[in-house]
Design a protein around this ligand. Structure first.
Ligand SMILES: Nc1nc2c(ncn2[C@@H]2O[C@H](COP(=O)(O)OP(=O)(O)OP(=O)(O)O)[C@@H](O)[C@H]2O)c(=O)[nH]1
Ligand SMILES: [Mg+2]
Ligand SMILES: [Zn+2]
Length: 334
């Protein structure tokens, strides 16, 4: 295994120069638990924690390493180490962890970086009760501001009466992202993913609990490395079987991140991110009479006209308004 197999490139080497002089190792965070990290380094895997100074100097939680990050590590005895620095990120995605400020009634916003240095995000959705176009739009918007590319993976074709129809519906809203379907219970059906894998490229799976992320990982690894959990019978939802993020080196070359299922996804990003996930609406908008048209009730609105002609679904426009609102509220609070 080499640094390049784990995704190292001149981009990261540039920001490591200073740290190399001090004898630190370049390391990739491959597993995040509550109180410690595992990193891969050219001299083996280490269990690491942050140097105290790093925690103090971090401007906020977003400046602390997450799974996928490259860091500078000082090796210590017993396969341990200290993280001294976070190397510049090539991409990262984040969500908003809203909460209430103590005492005040106002809502607080906090950016939570989920993962870093991912090249391609597989938005995994189950073709069972999990299937929801609006949720897929939300995930696509999350990825569009991140610097990573997106692919929608519809799993559990065996449970769906018409997988072709579902795939066509997703293609309409996917803004050009590739859409694939499979049943992860048949590992050969995962072979299409080989086209997206190459040494050093990092893929990550996001989706609700129970959609089959860990099953897909096991299928590609050819062994049951990750625990897989049955769905709750009453709710038809997963039981949050995977509880930490982890990167796996695939035998086909490439790296795949398994993630815990997401409960709720509040966006962290800019309104501009919608330009990538709603290309159809943004393109139509250039023909609206007013350049700042909100596509709600304005005269000569090209978007509303397309909805009236049923070229764009009213639900999709509603979803666009909702996400835009969420992002502009976020921008105000920040
Ligand atoms: N019928 C069917 N079941 C599947 C398929 N893929 C996964 N499953 C089942 O779905 C359940 C959940 O799978 P997991 O791989 O644990 O799902 P997960 O996305 O990793 O869930 P969390 O770790 O909780 O986020 C298990 O019972 C799997 O056997 C599929 O293609 N078809
Ligand atoms: Mg899992
Ligand atoms: Zn308009």
């Amino acid at each position: 295994m080499t640094l390049e197999d784990w995704g190292w490139s001149p981009f990261f080497a540039d920001s490591f120069v200073l740290w190399a002089e001090r004898g630190y190792l370049p390391a990739r965070v491959i597993r995040g638990e509550k109180n410690y990290f595992r990193v891969w380094t050219p001299s083996g895997e280490l269990t690491v924690r942050f140097a105290g100074k790093m925690r103090h100097q971090a401007g906020g939680r977003a400046d602390l390493p997450v799974v996928g990050d490259w860091v500078a590590v000082e090796p210590q005895p017993d396969q341990r180490g200290l993280i001294h620095a976070l190397l510049t990120r090539k991409s990262f995605f984040a969500r908003n962890l809203p909460g209430r400020r103590k005492g005040k009634g106002r809502e607080r916003v906090e950016q939570q970086v989920i993962a870093a240095n991912v090249d391609l995000v597989l938005i995994v959705s189950g073709l069972d009760r999990d299937f929801n176009l609006r949720r897929i739009e939300r995930y696509l918007t999350l990825v569009s501001g991140s610097g990573a590319e997106a692919l929608v993976l519809l799993n559990k074709t065996d449970l769906c009466p018409d997988p072709g129809l579902c795939k066509a519906q997703v293609e309409q809203i996917a803004a050009g992202a590739p859409v694939h379907s499979c049943s992860a219970l048949v590992p050969e059906q995962l072979n299409f993913l080989f086209d997206y894998l190459r040494p050093g490229r990092t893929l990550a799976m996001l989706g609700s609990s129970g959609v089959g992320k860990s099953t897909i990982l096991n299928g590609l690894l050819g062994e049951e490395r990750q625990k897989v959990g049955a769905l709750s019978e009453t709710l038809g939802k997963g039981r949050h079987t995977t509880t930490h993020r982890e990167l796996f080196l695939l035998p086909q070359g490439g790296i795949l991140m398994d993630n815990p299922g997401m409960r709720e996804l509040h966006l962290w990003g800019e309104e501009e991110d919608l330009a990538e996930s709603f290309t159809d609406i943004e393109t139509l908008a250039t023909a609206c009479r007013f350049s700042d048209c909100a596509h709600k009730a304005e005269p000569d609105c090209a978007v509303l006209a397309a909805v009236a002609r049923k070229e764009v679904s009213a639900l999709r426009l509603e979803s666009y308004h909702k996400l835009k609102n969420e992002l502009s509220n976020l921008q105000r609070r920040r």
